[in-house]
Design a protein around this ligand. Structure first.
Ligand code: 8X3
Length: 249
């Protein structure tokens, strides 16, 4: 039986790579995004098993309308990938912009739980799987991570709590926690600076979106009795810095 996966934030990075991966595996894919042109391009590329649902995840009314409008063959969901998320800037406190913090929380926390809340009955009905994109920043703090890291810790902890609440339903929940990955995420974080993007990735052999798509496919392909709770993934080139001691403060 052909299965259906719902992926938020499908117009770039992990989302686009995951859509391609699952289409190649014969799944039906619902992909959400704000950018009509990118969605149209993906529709052309991925064909009739791809359904584009255009909305901003922060707009609950548009989200609900798009869910209600799902064509019948895309309406029963086996997997939800909560991929839509972002970081704005890497400035440390107190140079951070409060507006950036609020936008990050609205996207990574409020929109994330809103979409999950609206789709969870469909996943329960199919003994489905919720795959949430967290980050290494959930566990490993670094300067400038501040609210972004906090939101990703929320994603991780909410994933575990969701599992506890869904006990006995057969629904699986996984938190995927990537480190340095090369994707448009970084262009958003750097305010569109190609120079900063190039400097970050130069010689770093960062994880690629296809690596994360492979991981998502792997967790979703486990037998129904196996739940992968969390996976933390870094490029080999990335590891932890020493703890710092500031003298005479
Ligand atoms: C972002 C991970 O390592 O680029 O989620 O800060 S890292």
């Amino acid at each position: 039986m052909q299965k259906t996966i719902f992926i938020s934030g499908v117009t770039a990075g992990f989302g686009a790579a995951t859509a391609r991966r699952f289409i190649a595996e014969g799944w039906r894919v619902v992909g959400t995004g704000r950018r009509a042109e990118r969605l149209a391009e993906l529709s052309g590329e991925l064909g009739p098993d791809f359904h584009a649902a255009r909305f901003d995840v922060r707009d609950e009314a548009a989200m609900l309308a798009a869910i209600e409008a799902l064509p019948e063959r895309f309406a029963a969901l086996d997997v939800l990938v909560n991929n839509a998320g972002m970081a704005l800037g890497t400035a440390p406190v107190p140079q951070t912009k409060l507006e950036d913090w609020k936008t990050t929380i609205e996207t990574n926390v409020t929109a994330f739980v809103t979409l999950t809340h609206h789709l969870i009955p469909r996943l329960i009905a199919r003994k489905g799987h919720v795959v949430n994109l967290s980050s290494i920043a959930a566990t490993w703090p670094y300067p400038g991570g501040n609210v972004y890291g906090g939101t990703k810790a929320f994603v991780r902890q909410f994933s575990l709590g969701l599992r506890a609440d869904l006990h006995g339903t057969g629904v699986r929940v996984t938190s995927i926690e990537p480190g340095l990955c090369e994707s448009e995420f970084t262009l958003v974080r750097t305010g569109g600076s190609q120079e900063a993007y190039d400097a970050l990735y130069k010689g770093a052999h960062a994880i690629q979106p296809e690596d994360i798509a492979e991981t998502i496919h792997w967790v979703a392909s486990q037998p129904p009795h196996v739940n992968v709770n969390a996976i933390e993934i870094m490029p080999v080139s990335q590891s932890w810095a020493p703890l710092r001691v500031h003298r005479d403060t």
